[in-house]
Design a protein. Structure first.
Length: 327
């Protein structure tokens, strides 16, 4: 991102959004962080609030939004992202993908700002192609329980491209694959927080299905670098890019790695696979390498070791809160 740019990050208090805000400030940008705090507290951005170039705006992007002054770029990251959140808030998830993206695009059009949509690997559904390239149209159940998230993002991609075609808006779409790092919620229901929390509590790690389904985990600093390279890419044409780590691992092997890096003696238990859970997930990142010169730098084992202290501290803090509530 260019030094001196004024950037709006929707969903900026979330896991990835807060890391984006932090990096943008370090790069010399003015940052407006917009979030309704529905699925995240403000603690992710507490350390940024004193920065003179940082402004937090509490607002629900499903409602019209107005920002005074110029904007150079909008990074649209507002959305429930974990299965636990979007299954708990299905209608809101659809409204964020539809109305929220519409409002963010309208603001970008009014400000003539570059618009970057945080889409997801879930647009590929339970893919019949592995790895998944950007030209693959996906294999999505439009009426299953996960469809509220999958179809919200697919619609968000469609309206983003419509704004480019109708209004000439400069747009970018990042299809984000599984990402992890500090500031993840320990209870968000995704595979790595689940495994880390269970291992550090000494509980059995829960694997859904056989454990042979695969995931590809990207460390959050690598993702942020890819997002910013995509946002500042200068060509006027729209650009859709997979951002993730192509180092594929089975869920069973990941569980064993988590046990190793945490030093936990926990066992493993198996539960039925949820409906429409993808069997494979691996990004084809050849386009990101060729166009952006981007490739992940943090190996999975190194990243897993680095997040253990964060999860240990987060669990301790959660236990302290629970004890105070029960006292």
């Amino acid at each position: 991102m260019q030094r001196g740019w004024r950037v709006l990050v929707t969903g900026g208090a979330g896991f990835v959004g807060s890391h984006l805000c932090e990096r943008l400030l370090a790069d010399g940008c003015e940052v407006l962080c917009l979030d309704n705090l529905k699925t995240s507290g403000g603690e992710n951005i507490d350390h940024l609030r004193s920065a003179p170039e940082f402004t937090f705006v509490r607002h629900d992007i499903t409602q019209p939004v107005f920002v005074e002054g110029p904007l150079d770029c909008i990074l649209h990251f507002a959305s429930p992202a974990s299965p636990r959140d979007y299954l708990r808030h299905p209608i809101h998830t659809l409204k964020v993908g539809g109305l929220g993206t519409y409002h963010a695009l309208g603001l970008a059009k009014a400000k003539q700002a570059t618009f970057l949509l945080a889409s997801t690997s879930e647009v590929y559904g339970d893919p019949e192609v592995n790895p998944q390239p950007e030209h693959y149209w996906g294999h999505v159940n439009p009426v299953g329980p996960r469809s509220v998230y999958d179809e919200a993002k697919r619609y968000a991609e469609a309206i983003t491209l419509a704004y480019h075609r109708a209004h000439g808006l400069r747009v970018r779409i990042a299809r984000v694959f599984n990402t992890y790092g500090p500031r993840m919620r320990v209870d968000d229901g995704r595979v790595l927080p689940n495994f880390m929390s269970q291992a550090l509590r000494g509980e059995p790690l829960t694997i859904y299905g056989t454990g042979l389904q695969t995931r590809s985990l990207c460390y959050v600093t690598d993702l942020v670098e890819g997002i910013l390279r995509l946002a500042r890419f200068g060509a006027p044409e729209p650009l859709i890019i997979n951002l993730g780590n192509p180092d594929e691992v089975t869920v069973g092997a990941l569980a064993r790695e988590v046990l190793e890096v945490t030093g936990s003696s926990s066992g493993i238990v198996y539960r039925p696979l949820p409906e429409d859970d993808p069997r494979v997930r691996r990004p084809d990142i050849r386009r990101a390498r060729r166009i952006l010169g981007w490739t992940p730098a943090v190996p999975r084992r190194e990243g897993l070791r680095s997040v253990v202290p964060y999860f240990r501290k987060a669990l301790q803090e959660a236990e302290c809160v629970r004890s105070r509530v029960e006292a």
